[in-house]
Write a protein that binds this ligand. Structure first.
Ligand SMILES: [Zn+2]
Length: 353
């Protein structure tokens, strides 16, 4: 009898530009081999994820605390899922690793996987653009009560502008307006303000300039000041793409005060602000493209026959994965450095924001 294992393959770090990942499943054969439908990825990748797993657990814990205080049980469940299910266990065989992932935007493991997938999708396109340009568009910061409505408004304004620019090009018979859009939200703890903003790459400089001009026209100056709307030609396409593909909440918030450009204290995790942003971004498409199609991934999912399957589970004490049969550790016990401990275990702020 074949057993469905409902596994997913692990992601690869974006900088290696290796094959990436998809949801998949596996079936157990009568012998010890298992058929897994997947692009597969390397077991060695998981070794690098002890730090991300440590961060993921602590962030999920902090968010659970907030959801508990707010009595928001649905959210409590979502955060608990990250803590207890994301890469808690996986199986390996033939140098590949397959496991369960939470796929939540607050999870550092899943964010890294998403980022890798997006780089694979968008880099082949953006590298062909002649003069890609990086644009940041923002408008007045808001408190948490108005944030959701404000994000609606920002998307609405941006969509109208893009439709106008697309129509302008269509009428003049020129090339389509092409861009990649990500939304991100920062939090200012001194003022309890939220600042959602767009990171956009346009395919050339005039598109970027037009976009910025139209954005400024769409808001009164006191709501969207020219100095806050940046435009910059992309110098390193891969590096800038990595910078653009930031979306969702910034998990760490730096201190505003600096001494000669140096940070005077380590960043903080404002858990309740992070939770507010998660709620506002929930169900929204945080990364969007206009005017171009994605290149079909020729890395079709293949059936892999994996021999010698081994199971590993995460152990909170050694902070790495332990072989369920042999007791072998996947990596040396993970010891976070002092700064990470300070941030993820001490610099947590739960105050309602
Ligand atoms: Zn996750």
């Amino acid at each position: 009898m074949k057993t469905k294992l409902n596994l997913e393959s692990t992601g690869t770090p974006f900088n290696t530009l290796e094959k990436n990942v998809t949801r998949d499943h596996a079936e157990q054969n009568s012998d010890s081999s298992v058929i897994i439908r997947s692009r597969g990825s390397e077991k060695v990748t998981v070794r690098k994820w002890t730090e991300k797993k440590y961060k993921s657990k602590h962030i999920a814990d902090a968010l659970m605390e907030v959801a508990y205080m707010n009595e928001e049980w649905e959210w409590y469940k979502k955060y608990n899922y990250t803590k207890t299910k994301c890469l808690e266990s996986f199986v390996t065989g033939d140098g590949k690793a397959f496991g369960h992932y939470c796929k939540k935007p607050w999870c550092p493991i899943c964010l890294a996987i998403r980022k890798s997938i997006h780089i694979h999708q968008y880099y082949p396109i953006i590298k062909e653009w002649e003069r890609p340009t990086f644009v940041t568009l923002t408008a007045q910061a808001q408190n948490h009560r108005d944030l959701s409505m404000w994000v609606d408004l920002l998307f609405d304004k941006l969509n109208r502008i893009l439709e106008k620019l697309e129509m302008r090009r269509y009428r003049s018979g020129s090339e389509k307006f092409r861009c990649l859009i990500c939304i991100e939200c920062c939090f200012n703890p001194e003022k309890n303000w939220y600042n959602p903003h767009f990171h956009i790459v346009t395919s050339n400089y005039p598109e970027g300039r037009e976009l910025r001009e139209e954005w400024l026209k769409a808001f009164p100056t006191k709501l969207a000041h020219p100095v806050a709307q940046y435009i910059d030609p992309v110098r390193d396409k891969l590096k800038n793409l990595v910078e653009v593909i930031k979306y969702g909440a910034k998990i760490l918030t730096d201190a505003e005060t600096t001494n000669k450009g140096k940070r005077e204290r380590l960043p903080y995790i404002y858990a309740s602000a992070l939770h507010e942003i998660n709620k506002v971004f929930h169900g929204r498409k945080l990364i969007r493209k206009r005017g171009f199609k994605l290149i079909k991934n020729e890395d079709e999912i293949k059936e892999l026959v994996i021999q010698d399957l081994q199971s590993w589970s995460y152990d909170d004490f050694v902070r790495t994965w332990v072989n369920e049969t042999t007791g072998e550790l996947l990596t040396a016990p993970y010891i976070p450095d002092q700064n990470l401990v300070s941030i993820y275990e001490n610099n947590l702020d739960y105050k309602s924001r």
